[in-house]
Design a protein around this ligand. Structure first.
Ligand code: ARG
Ligand code: ZN
Ligand code: CA
Length: 380
């Protein structure tokens, strides 16, 4: 009996510790008072018709000089999932936006999809891994986009959003080209491999994939909210003017230019966990950019196979970690969710698309049981 107690004691201590380490986002934010607490939490009315309206074909070029830079497929999938949440206002933080800004929340309606064919028409994963002799690329250089400088040439920039993931020297998290900025062969987004995708074991303010959310905003013609100081030069009236970038994770309200700053806008410079929204104007600008300047991306032939199918051929569910939905093969089935102590937490039903809504779970480690198969997942 004593042994049992000792065992239980150990298991529970470990559980607490590991849960804290894995995901302290919520506690951290509560402590900072970043947004409002859950009592005042409200549900945002989403226009479901706009969700995932336009498919954006993505090719991810991973340039690696060592194994750590050659990030996993799962890490790439976590980035795509996070983009699809952020660009459809489906990210979990959206429910904590201060009242003042709720009406401004915009859904871009983009559905990012890893391309399913290479330029020769062969079936492809959307992830192009290329070894390079270059140990690190200079931030804001273009070498990573040039095969003769140790990089990889883009795939047709008219029909693909090219994302180069590589080791960037200096402080650059990532950078993007705005429409018309550069010639076609330099067009796209570059992200340091450390900040691409979600990695909650990595202690960093930039570990939730929002560097890509931000950079792709530039790629679709968004300026910083603080562009030209207290001006309206970002051409959006619904992003309040602000004199300079906001860093870290400030509480609400913050004041600048005699008005409250939208520090949680994806086009400011706050930490990943404290960014939460695009505005309606920003969403409209991005859609205009897609339909005009970047219309070649629409209906790219190679993105017709849904990203879900390609994940599901290798995994019993995806993504992992997940914040809002787990996707499984089966629709309308019940799954059981257990905590790490083996206690059954809840039974959930997959919808007609095989999605399981896990948005209400606290962050941490769980097990999903479906037809006698049990698999671990992390809710973030
Ligand atoms: N400094 C970069 C830029 O201006 C990216 C900032 C991204 N911020 C973040 N929280 N991930 O384009
Ligand atoms: Zn920027
Ligand atoms: Ca503005």
């Amino acid at each position: 009996m004593r042994i049992l107690y000792v065992l239980i004691f150990f298991v529970s201590v470990n559980t607490c510790l590991s849960q804290k380490n894995r995901c302290s986002t919520d506690e951290y934010r509560a402590q900072l008072g970043v947004f409002k607490t859950t009592e005042t939490n409200h549900t945002i009315d989403l226009d479901i018709a706009n969700i995932n309206e336009h498919t954006i074909p993505v090719v991810v070029h991973i340039l690696y000089n060592d194994a750590s830079q050659n990030i996993s497929d799962e890490r790439v999938y976590s980035q795509i999932e996070s983009l699809n949440n952020d660009y459809n206002a489906l990210n979990s933080e959206i429910n904590n936006i201060p009242d003042q800004f709720i009406d401004e929340i915009g859904q871009v309606g983009f559905n990012f999809c890893l391309v399913q064919q290479d330029p020769n028409g062969n079936s492809f994963s959307g992830i192009n891994r290329v070894y390079t002799d270059v140990e690190s690329f200079q931030g804001f250089s273009d070498s990573m986009k040039k095969s003769n400088e140790g990089g990889v040439d883009p795939w047709d920039t008219e029909t693909h959003l090219n994302i180069w993931v590589c080791n960037l020297s200096g402080n650059t998290l990532g950078f993007a080209t705005m429409p018309g900025d550069v010639s076609d062969e330099l067009d796209g987004v570059v992200i340091d491999y450390l900040y691409f995708g979600i990695d909650i074991s990595f202690i960093s303010p930039y570990n939730l994939g929002r560097t890509a959310t931000h950079e792709i905003g530039h790629y679709f013609n968004l300026e910083h909210t603080f562009y030209a100081g207290c001006s309206d030069w970002d051409e959006c009236d619904d992003t309040p003017p602000t004199s300079s970038p906001t860093y870290g994770c400030p509480s609400y309200p913050q004041t600048s230019c005699m008005t409250n700053t939208m520090t949680m806008n994806f086009m400011d410079y706050t930490d990943d966990q404290c960014m939460a929204m695009f505005t309606q104007c920003q969403a409209q600008r991005m859609r205009n950019c897609l339909l005009n300047n970047r219309s070649g991306l629409i209906n790219n032939y190679s993105c017709t196979t849904s990203i879900e199918e390609s994940y599901l051929s290798s995994n019993s569910f995806y993504p992992n970690p997940a914040s809002n939905f787990l996707n499984i093969k089966e629709s309308h089935v019940f799954v059981e969710i257990f905590d790490v102590m083996g206690r059954k937490i809840i039974e959930l039903k997959a919808n007609q698309r095989g999605q399981i809504n896990i948005s209400k779970l606290n962050c941490g480690t769980y097990f999903l049981k479906l037809q006698n198969k049990t698999k671990q997942f992390i809710k973030i």
